[in-house]
Design a binder for this molecule. Structure first.
Ligand SMILES: *Cc1c(COP(=O)(O)O)cnc(C)c1O
Length: 400
């Protein structure tokens, strides 16, 4: 008999997927769903991207070089130079989204059974990708009351074992929106140095920081340059999730030669989208400065409206476009399900992401949800009023 591998079966079903069933139920009843669960921004991609692709004259579609199109690598090198970091071209790789970059980072730094250390709540795909690479993730617990900032050095060190190979973190963070301060970045660098750990710095939200909050890219910490891997992507920077263009960068030449082999094993990242991405970096870096005020306004409105709901706990996050919110319910999954299956106002309801799936530690996050403020202001108002009314009407104890 054929069997499915344990490795594949260990990949968790995301909480969002679990709710998908109830989502289609709602749609069948013609209920419109306001999606606060999705991490994909609703902004248009700059026309620069599409124009560049339209201007491609050849009708052949060849593989791009495994490491990426030379023009794109050059633009990325320039982008990092402006940031203050100098990467050699041979140390920059174009990947199929930041997701593939993460997988390659895990594979290159960990043996099967080794561990990564990451602040929780964490991006749930870290767990799925780690399962593919057969590595475990241990959590550095962080808390809503502290705005999900890092604990003390002692608390972090406590989680390190002989199996720990890397510290993995997203800054700004999905799902919490926390931006780590310059001191927190230094703290992680210090721990990585003392314990000989890699740093896998997922900085796909790099520019999405509000109110001038100060942080530092790990690409600008010279003390750990040889042990740092930068994960980057155009998905969030240019609202171009579907392009599947990400980046993997390192100053470590030995590691870079391994990354090249990994890239060669899948031949190429998408050729046309790399042409589009090149144009974005070359011609439309303003896109970022144009979208930041929009997201800042959405964050401010979302936080203000949520705070008016009795029993809701949150701290205003410094970046990205997510907020983890604690709701006055026993179980946020049940509440999210109830919103989809039993509640609507004027035939509209809201889809939330239950918090539990972002935690490694059992029982944490049960009352929390992640809210992505990727809707325009009018829809944000509508969505939050549905949540508020929903919380008033929700009485799970009488329902079972
Ligand atoms: C969206 C996201 C990514 C990468 O997504 P890609 O579309 O594969 O580039 C990586 N890390 C985090 C934290 C994300 O939210």
């Amino acid at each position: 008999m054929t069997t499915i591998s344990q490795r594949a079966q260990a990949i968790p079903i995301s909480a969002v997927r679990q709710l998908a069933l109830y989502e289609s139920e709602a749609k069948q009843k013609n209920i419109q769903i306001l999606h606060l669960n999705i991490g994909a921004p609703d902004l248009d991609v700059s026309s620069t991207f599409f124009d560049a692709i339209k201007n491609v004259s050849t009708h052949q579609l060849q593989y791009a070089p495994s490491a990426g199109l030379a023009e794109l690598i050059e633009q990325v090198q320039l982008y990092y130079q402006k940031l203050g970091a100098s990467f050699q071209k041979k140390n920059i790789f174009v990947t199929n989204g930041g997701s593939e970059a993460l997988l390659y980072a895990f594979i290159a730094t960990c043996e099967k059974g080794d561990h990564l250390l990451a602040p929780e709540p964490l991006y749930s795909n870290y767990v799925s990708l780690a399962k593919v690479a057969e590595v475990e993730i241990d959590a550095i617990p962080t808390y809503i009351e502290e705005g999900f900032h890092l604990p003390s050095k002692d608390q972090i060190i406590l989680q390190i074992t002989s199996k720990t190979k890397a510290i993995l973190l997203s800054n700004p963070s999905n799902p919490t929106g926390v931006v780590y301060s310059v001191e927190e970045v230094r703290l992680i660098a210090e721990v990585a140095q003392e314990y000989n750990l890699w740093i896998i710095a997922d900085e796909v939200y790099r520019e999405y920081i509000y109110d001038g909050f100060q942080t530092k890219s790990f690409s600008l910490v010279p003390e750990v340059a040889q042990q740092t891997i930068i994960i980057d992507s155009i998905s969030k920077r240019f609202s171009a999730c579907g392009a599947r263009v990400g980046f993997l960068l390192t100053q470590n030449d030995a590691l870079a030669s391994i990354f090249l082999r990994l890239c060669q094993s899948r031949l190429s990242a998408p050729t046309l989208e790399q042409v589009g991405a090149t144009a974005l970096y070359r011609e439309d870096m303003d896109y970022i400065t144009r979208s930041i005020p929009e997201f800042k306004a959405r964050r401010d409105l979302m936080c203000q409206l949520l705070k008016e709901i009795p029993g809701v706990t949150l701290r205003k996050p410094e970046g990205a476009f997510y907020i983890m919110v604690e709701l006055p319910v026993e179980n946020s999954f049940e509440f999210a399900k109830w919103l989809l299956t039993e509640f609507s106002i004027n035939n509209k309801t809201v889809m939330l992401t239950p918090g539990e799936g972002f935690y490694r530690t059992p029982k944490r996050g049960i009352k929390e949800v992640r809210i992505a403020y990727v809707l325009n202001e009018e829809r944000i108002r509508e969505a939050v009023s549905i949540i508020a009314k929903g919380l008033e009407c929700y009485h799970p104890s009488t329902k079972n």
